[in-house]
Design a protein around this ligand. Structure first.
Ligand SMILES: [Zn+2]
Length: 287
């Protein structure tokens, strides 16, 4: 799209050569490569997680809490993304390629807007999906746990070996009182996740006080009303089980190509891809 616009404008009086560097940056960031990736040469840092292995078509089968995953793609550590140490050895970093690409795109977006920190990845699914210790869902490649962006009191990004509990004031709970919830980066992350045009996010579980912080940050930054509306709808503290005060849990809807064997459950937000089962969208509550 950027290229078409450049060409059509270039037929005018001025060739707009100054746009070229920006167009190239966009093109490089899109993960498109002039030569085939994953075929005999290692992937460049800019391609990691954006390029499924050749011929791979991942499939999410069944529901998130009792399904499986076929041809799951593994999230790899990249220039923008790291594994949370506690989960590195387990290796449960498999998802549909829609989910893996979403995480990479979101991590990049945060790194471009607020350079200096990587996205912290907890568990997704096992290679073939199915039951995963410590999780009720995470079975069909459409769920991911993501650590919060954290800083030290002086604002420097900080990474922990495990997810760290945060209170409503955005401070680490004992024994991690020195940690701070990075409002700006966590806002950028969430804003990207809920507005991604490819993978559509249904839920992001997080505690209510942290949700409130994130929304305040978005308002402070003058975020568009529709983005705030989405964040308000998607971010939710589960009414049973883990309150999610130490990580986000992200779930995406089934990819349209997986429909039929992949099962979504309500709510079906207006950005649900295609028509929802029963044809009825859930309504967003207005602030
Ligand atoms: Zn989870």
């Amino acid at each position: 799209m950027a290229r078409g616009w450049l060409q059509s404008r270039a037929t005018g009086r001025r060739p707009l050569r100054w746009l070229l560097p920006f167009a190239l940056v966009l093109w490089a960031g899109s993960g498109v490569s002039a030569s085939p990736g994953g075929q005999g040469r290692p992937l460049a840092a800019t391609e990691v997680n954006l390029r499924p292995p050749p011929g791979l078509r991942s499939r999410s089968l069944g529901a998130a809490h009792r399904g499986t995953l076929v041809n799951g793609m593994k999230v790899r550590e990249s220039a923008y993304l790291r594994y949370v140490g506690e989960y590195a050895r387990g290796g449960n970093f498999y998802g549909t390629w829609e989910l893996v690409q979403l995480l990479e795109r979101a991590a990049r977006r945060v790194a471009f807007r607020l350079p200096g920190a990587k996205l912290s990845i907890g568990e997704l699914s096992a290679q073939d999906g199915g039951r995963l210790d410590g999780h009720r869902s995470h079975r069909s490649g459409r769920d991911a746990d993501i650590g919060f962006y954290l800083t030290l009191p002086d604002g420097r990004p900080y990474y922990t070996h495990s997810f760290a509990d945060m209170d409503g004031r955005g401070r680490g709970m004992a024994p991690n009182g020195y940690l701070r919830f990075d409002d700006a980066r966590n806002w950028e992350l969430v804003a990207k996740l809920v507005t991604d045009g490819e993978a559509r996010v249904q839920y992001i579980f997080v505690s209510e006080p942290l949700k409130a912080r994130i929304l305040r940050e978005g308002e402070k930054r003058g975020a568009h009303r529709q983005v705030l509306e989405r964040v308000r709808a998607v971010l939710v503290e589960p009414n049973h089980g883990h309150p999610h005060q130490n990580h986000f849990h992200v779930r995406i809807y089934c990819a349209p190509a997986d429909r039929g064997r992949c099962e979504d459950r309500p709510p079906y937000w207006p950005w649900y891809p295609g028509s929802p089962p029963g044809g009825v969208y859930s309504t967003l509550s207005r602030p």
